[in-house]
Design a protein around this ligand. Structure first.
Ligand SMILES: Cc1ncc(COP(=O)(O)O)c(C=O)c1O
Length: 461
């Protein structure tokens, strides 16, 4: 008799020591809650949420090592030992020379944009990110999207949809001149494209090009270790390298970085700006005291910096990334079994439903992704978020941006939920999919001036 092949499943490289109890609600309670929240999942009280996939930002579960490191927090106003430990970890695992702590990623984006952008300069990037682009615009810059076209197509199976299109960048440089380019932002594992990675080959090519033209490469390294995991899986020559080695190599191809430690680095708050350029550091060290705090705490408590130092180390562990990205893939594959249209390849930090295909009868002007996120909450108490026309916001001239991608993001916090939770989420999406023809769009009844997706309110049509 032929022997059966028994698979070896991946599993979480940790076990649970403490749990947080969740509230369950009735459908009537959820209908009421989302109505009160103006059909914006950001405005729901978290108590009414069963499985919270709003974001992977600051929602991670910390390890026992992180919690114990927090007890060592040096809360001195100046010269904190905890800053030194965080600085040492950033230098060791990411390789950047000079570090400025900030309260979170956007604090670093603010400093960097103010320092490097002159009014009227262009800032190319591999797709926009909401806070990044806004800080660039507030500093007088003009964002230009130079990601490859494949990134805007949810069905395209390119393994590195986060890649920069060097021809698009070159056309921008030729049109305006290299002195009109402030710098290029390269995000690793591009959030808005669905958590899609950049290849090392592309980063190397970009490095060569930018050195030739005297343009700085600024790395949005929020999810760099997840990107490294995809390089290990998909890029020739990297299968035997560790995530830790790949992360260092990625960073070495850039001049500086902004980091939201709330994602990859497995903490609940924190970030930093990093640079290899002493003059940029000198200016950032001056500016940080205006917005964040002294250059050795930047809005963070000593204990937060301790947790970041340990979290960075844990984030570059291959077993951690295997389980982290593996869980996202598990959810995506479950959704595909139900025929739900998702962005492919499945990304690193979440599964993104293509709301245009899910609700073809709801035009983009009636906010299909916003509508779908509300419907999923009503079905099961699972909280997701919109990444489409609402998130894209308005251009500085007041016109709406019309992004190609109209997505609902199911973002998975790190080390928080189980496979059974993922089953519940996929089943909920499937139930809403079955009843999709009955779903109607919405109108926006309140629109904040900045980053409207956080606080906008809607009514059902
Ligand atoms: C790619 C990317 N860049 C920057 C940020 C901003 O970071 P933060 O939320 O910590 O301000 C985020 C997080 O929302 C992000 O996903």
């Amino acid at each position: 008799m032929k022997k059966k092949i028994i698979p070896r499943s991946w599993a979480e490289p940790y076990r649970m020591k403490m749990v947080e109890l969740l509230k369950t609600t009735t459908r009537a309670q959820r209908v009421n809650a989302i109505k009160k929240a103006g059909y914006n999942t950001f405005l729901l009280p978290s108590e009414d949420v069963y499985i919270d996939l709003l974001t992977d930002s600051g929602t991670n579960a910390m390890s026992d090592r992180q919690w114990s490191a927090m007890m060592l927090g040096d809360e001195a106003y100046a010269g904190s030992k905890s800053f030194e430990r965080m600085e040492k970890a950033i230098r060791k695992f990411y390789g950047y020379k000079y570090i400025i702590p900030t309260h979170q990623g956007r604090g670093a984006e603010n400093l960097l944009s103010q320092i490097l952008i002159k009014k009227g300069q262009y800032v190319p990037g591999n797709m926009y990110f909401t806070t990044t682009r806004l800080h660039q615009e507030l500093a007088g810059g003009i964002f230009a999207d130079v990601i490859i076209d494949e990134a805007h197509d949810p069905k395209n199976l390119h393994p590195f949809k986060g890649n920069v299109d060097i021809n698009k960048l070159d056309a921008l440089v030729k049109k305006h001149g290299a002195d009109k380019i402030a710098y290029i932002t390269v995000a690793t594992n591009v959030n808005m494209a669905g958590g899609q990675p950049v290849s090392m080959a592309n980063l190397r090519e970009l490095r060569t090009y930018t050195l030739q033209h005297g343009i700085k490469v600024i790395h949005d390294m929020t999810r760099v270790a997840e990107n490294a995991w995809f390089i290990k899986q998909r890029e020739e020559g990297y299968e035997n390298k560790t995530v830790r080695e790949i992360v260092l190599e990625i960073c070495s191809l850039t001049d500086g970085a902004t980091m939201s430690a709330k994602k990859d680095a497995l903490v609940n708050i924190g970030g930093f700006m990093a640079t290899n350029d002493y003059e940029v550091y000198e200016e950032a060290r001056n500016l940080v005291v205006v917005y964040e705090g002294l250059h050795t705490y930047g809005g963070l408590a000593g204990r937060d910096m301790e947790a970041i130092a340990v979290g960075i180390k844990e984030s570059v562990d291959d077993n951690h990334q295997r389980a982290r990205v593996g869980q996202v893939e598990y959810l995506g594959e479950r959704m595909k079994l139900y025929g739900i249209p998702i962005v492919e390849p499945i990304g690193g930090h979440g599964v993104f439903i293509d709301a245009k295909e899910f609700l073809p009868h709801v035009p983009q002007g009636q906010f299909p992704a916003q509508t779908l996120a509300a419907e999923i909450f009503i079905d099961s108490g699972v909280r997701t978020m919109e990444r489409g026309i609402v998130s894209a916001g308005r251009k500085p001239n007041g016109e709406n941006y019309h992004p190609n991608l109209e997505l609902v993001r199911f973002t998975i916090p790190r080390r928080v939920y189980t496979q059974a939770h993922m089953d519940v989420v996929a089943e909920s999406a499937a139930r809403v999919f079955e009843n999709r023809k009955k779903i109607k769009g919405m109108v926006m009844i309140y629109e904040p001036k900045y980053l409207r997706f956080f606080q906008a309110r809607f009514e059902k049509l």
